[in-house]
Design a protein around this ligand. Sequence first.
Ligand code: GDG
Length: 737
Amino acid sequence: MLIVSNRLPVKIIQKDGLSTYQPSEGGLATGLGSIYKEEGNLWIGWPGALVADKDKEKVIQDLDNDNLYPIFLTEKEILDYYEGFSNETLWPLFHYFPTYSIYNPEQFEVYKQANQKFADEILKIATEDDVIWIHDYQQMLLPEMIRRKLPGVTIGFFLHIPFPSYEVFRMLPWRKELLTGLTGADVIGFHTYDDVRHFLSATSRILNVNGTANELVIDDRKIVADAFPISIDYKKYKQLAESTETKRNERKLKELTGHNRLIISIDRLDYSKGILHRLQAYKLLLERHPELRGKVTLVHLVVPSRDKVTKYKELKEEMDMLISDINGQYSSFSWQPIQHFYRSFRIDILSALYKAADVALVTPLRDGMNLVSKEYVASKTDQRGVLVLSEMAGASRELSEALMVNPSDIWDYAEKIYQALNMPVEEQKRRMTAMQQTVSKFDIFNWVNNFIGRLEEIKAWQQELSTRNINESIRQKMAISYHYGSRRLLFLDYDGTMVSFKKQVNEAKPDDELLKLLECISSDPHNTVVITSGRDYHTLESWLGHLPVDIIAEHGAWYKEYDGPWRHRRDLNAGWKPDIRSVLEVYTSRTPGSFIEEKSYSLAWHYRKTESGLGSLRAQEITADLKYLAADLGLQVLQGDKVVEVKNISVNKGTAAKRWLEKTDADFIMAIGDDHTDEDTFKAMPADAITIKVGSNVSEATYYLRSYIEVRALLREICTASTDDEDEHEALLEEAN
Ligand code: GDG
């Protein structure tokens, strides 16, 4: 396994020509520690500083001992790819601050180049058998760049920040490139289900690809988007909190703050963290509840970050002003409402702070997950303490026993802090225990296992699929049995199987190439070709009626042999159509772009031209609406590709195909189809028939082909085989054996 992230889990520090390495204590480094340190695995990323050319070789060697593989960034790349496009374009947009986003094409170019640089290095090492796990928004183009060169490799991608709603994401000038980049992965992980929803909505609207539930199929590759809420090393934080060192620090802290009630907040300086809202809520609390003055202390920890960037500089100025305003207004000679620290602390001091705090305020305006909230929970070994959590943090989906706030509602926020300070101990313990159960069970190791488990599932699925793909040797075997067949029966579905899916229903008219192919195959006297379709018989007659092919139309309600008349099933009635039609008409009038197609024994509601998303919503409504009426009338409601079809339950392509199976004593049978209506055909086939699904969805068929283009190629081979000479087939037979 290769782990790839912008930053390696160590930071290189160069002083007086010497390099030292400072390991990261972050959750990701801990969680992935057991993986990248295993023999053969690697973590690839930037070591966090500019390295001079002459020192690179030494750094490579040093890091190699720890299975770390450095990618060296140039000054320009650090500026434009990392600080620029990643942090000043993607970061604000993805955290719902679109007006803070800077759109600079030059920076995007450097972002692309830097991703390519990572890709080139990875491609020097990776093989198709590897699993590559890529992390975060700095590397969104990477999955596709690797996929292009290593089509069979397994790639996972995890986004650590929120994926914004389509309405926000669509503002990005490079939205298409970034989404295409991501879809090179097999598993795309997010913190929450909302992020998954937003991603799927963006892909369906921007890339025009659709999927079912949380799966997408792109270029015949199944991609899964799923929620994997990240977590912490619970045991580590618990043990740290139980250590004598932490206990001593906790005591000291309490003494130094005059045994006041302690409220803490710990954040990196960032506008997404809701620092100003928090200070305003705290100010309101002191204003509304004067009895708290002198009795509470807010320990306000802000870790410096990006403070050369204008937006961060401005935030810092505002923050400093607000803190000084509050302290100036409410301080006494013996008390200060806010103890503010603009620096970072050692992890054991953090642990003491967590432990000592009666209340923790974790209230970002937007946060992918937020691990501080989980660390606070893990550190509360006596289960006393209250977490006030923003509903905008990913963590709020799991920590539902926290006191939830909307950070912009500072009035409610102030009251929630008050409630937290006055919460009975029993309630504190009940809530904290429940949250501890969640965090201890779903810890960082669980997160890693879940993600890797999903990747392995996909890999197994891909391997299974590749055994079903019609490769050269399967093709040869098929050619041989075809050759030795003298009464051959071929069932060929039409739309999606021999022609591509078209926006206009009637655009799918057969082209010259297809007509020639069908003509060629059907002119062989040993072949019976049956076109199986859901289309109405008039259309099929006008498109294919002149060929020597048999046709099953309207899923089997109508059929004909090439030299006979059209027949229909006598046992069917269409008396139900007005009832169903009136329901469908209601939906048509509510849904611009949709229309009803009437066939002799079925009604189809098409929505291929409606607004993306609306059509499938209506299709679900129709299916639910017709559920009972359809059952009462002996009908079936089928969801197809941008269509809902209502038809007699007994009509299906499989029943229709049986008529041919019974009357033709065939010694070679082949059936090809692409959608779920063709599954009935596959099921009706005898065990020795060759059944082929077009597309990689789950199917009864034995084999699969990627698209109608591959179907045509196969038909071309069949057609050539009909005219091939004996000797060549003897040679093939020998080779196959
Ligand atoms: C991204 C996403 C997502 C903070 N101050 C000090 C210190 N910290 C540590 C905390 C915690 C971490 O930094 C911050 O946690 P975040 O969850 O905010 O993580 P990030 O990596 O910044 O952010 C975020 C996360 O990725 C994981 O997917 O949760 O939403 O933005 O661990 O304890 N550590 C030390 N001293 C400090 O002063 N030692």
